[in-house]
Ligand binder design. Structure first.
Ligand code: AMP
Length: 438
């Protein structure tokens, strides 16, 4: 029978054994972000609904269909964050960061929420690592962002990633390009999906985002899609070319994707994504772009910016499917006690746990139950508090990897155990049962 309470549709629990890989990935990411000079910013999980509506664009899927919008008891119109940038920019303006220094490098991580149709790699609560470089319009900022983007994946063991890239121009060139798209689609307008017809009215570029098979067939029928890159102005083109040249000098592989428009409306100039085919329909691992008009749009001082979001769930899924080993937890100690030494074992465990990982039997069961538990625990060292040894100020220590035993003094025990755990396990002696790995 199904349990009475289940995780809400589109959400899931991550258990300790699964979280090993997540925590490792988060640590790796923090290292890269620190070395690039990015500071962490934490903003609320929910904000005014209006902030997201303004930022993402009224016509975006996120606002139209995917927002966890709710009224609180004070009748405030709020929403769970569907992405990080809006909240980070709200904080940037509200806290006056722009007045403190010119360029800000900020990152955030944590859950985001979108009411989509759940499937492999698509959840209603998922996690992102998000980065923003605020304050510079220079192509060098885009290059740093895309390089950081790729280096984060590389730190997780991804190789040979190809970034796909496009320029989505400026509001004026986008409007002109939108008109071109409308004209191009005019002959088949009546046969387009309802979604695409609506997008053609509010935000024609997003038509290129369609997943509808019928629409895609119509595009093929019409031949070559007009290109945004042919519609952008000279300044945008110079920016675009400088970004490509920069990526070449740092050795980041890219491909131009004329159909890349990104789901959110706030992008200007550079837009980029990275995909992994093994994910099937939900192949986007992450994406980002420049958003030069966003801060002004939200009522702040005109300030350019560029950023990206990486989806952690999908990255972890790919690593798991490729069989990338989850990092082993640190080798630890199992502390076994006799009836007479159980109280001492509790105190010793507390002392050792200041630096070392220690497990002991909280139920004070018999010795053989403790030996079994030690075998299952995955501990590297078994420390036995025998009554007589303890009186002499000693404990017995067995290396469960090699089977070797020794007696160590109670004084300085933490240091002695720490030193043994830091060493690679000694070679296993052949044959003997006690040398088997637990
Ligand atoms: P976006 O801002 O939509 O480009 O999202 C950035 C990244 O977040 C995507 O490339 C995905 O890896 C991830 N992502 C977006 N939506 C979902 C979702 N519903 N479930 C899991 N990951 C997602």
């Amino acid at each position: 029978m199904a349990p009475r309470f289940q995780a809400p549709r589109g959400t899931r629990d991550l258990l300790p054994e699964e979280l090993g890989r997540w925590q490792w990935a988060e640590t790796q990411a923090r290292g890269v972000l620190e070395r690039y000079g990015y500071g962490e910013i934490r903003t609320p999980l929910f904000e005014d609904f209006e902030l997201f509506a303004r930022t993402s664009g009224e016509s975006s899927d996120v606002v139209q269909k995917e927002m966890y919008r709710f009224k609180d008891l004070g009748d405030r119109d709020l929403a769970l964050r569907p992405e990080f940038t809006a909240g980070v920019m709200r904080a940037f303006i509200e806290r006056g960061l722009g007045g403190r220094k010119r360029i800000h490098r900020l990152w955030s991580g944590g859950p985001v929420f979108r009411y989509g149709r759940p499937q492999k790699g698509r959840y209603r609560q998922f996690s992102q690592v998000n980065c923003e470089l605020v304050g510079s319009p220079a192509p060098g900022a885009d290059v740093e962002m895309i390089t950081l983007f790729v280096d984060l994946y590389e730190a997780w063991g991804f190789r040979d990633l190809t970034v796909v890239l496009n320029s989505v121009g400026q509001p004026a060139s986008r409007r002109a390009y939108g008109d071109q798209l409308r004209a191009w689609l005019a002959p088949v307008h009546g046969r387009l999906s309802a979604d695409s017809q609506q997008r053609l009215v509010v935000n024609p570029l997003r038509v290129l985002d369609t997943k509808d098979e019928g629409d895609l067939a119509l595009f093929r029928e019409l031949g070559e899609v007009p290109r945004m890159l042919d519609a952008i102005d000279e300044a945008d083109r110079a920016h675009w070319e400088a970004v490509l040249a920069g990526l070449e000098s740092v050795g980041v592989a890219y491909e131009v994707d004329h159909g890349l428009v990104r789901g959110l409306d706030y992008y200007t100039r550079t837009a980029f994504e990275v995909h992994d085919r093994s994910l099937g329909a939900q192949s986007a691992l992450g994406g980002g772009g420049r958003y030069d008009g966003l801060i002004a749009e939200l009522g702040g001082p005109p300030t350019p910016g560029v950023g990206f979001a990486i989806g952690l769930d999908r990255a972890m899924l790919v690593l798991e499917e490729r069989g990338a080993a989850a990092p082993a937890p640190p080798a630890g100690i199992y502390l076994a006690a006799m009836e007479a030494t159980h109280a001492m074992a509790l105190a010793l465990a507390r002392e050792l746990r200041r630096n070392l990982s220690v497990e002991l039997d909280v139920e004070a069961r018999g010795f053989s139950a403790q030996m079994k538990a030690a075998g299952k625990s995955g501990a590297r060292l078994l420390v036995i508090l025998g009554e007589e040894e303890w009186k002499r100020g000693e404990v017995a220590v067995k290396d469960l990897a090699s089977g070797t035993q020794e007696t160590l003094a109670r004084a300085g025990l933490a240091e002695a155990l720490g030193a043994r755990l830091a060493q690679a396990p000694p070679p296993v002696r052949g044959g003997a049962k006690e040398t088997e790995k637990p």
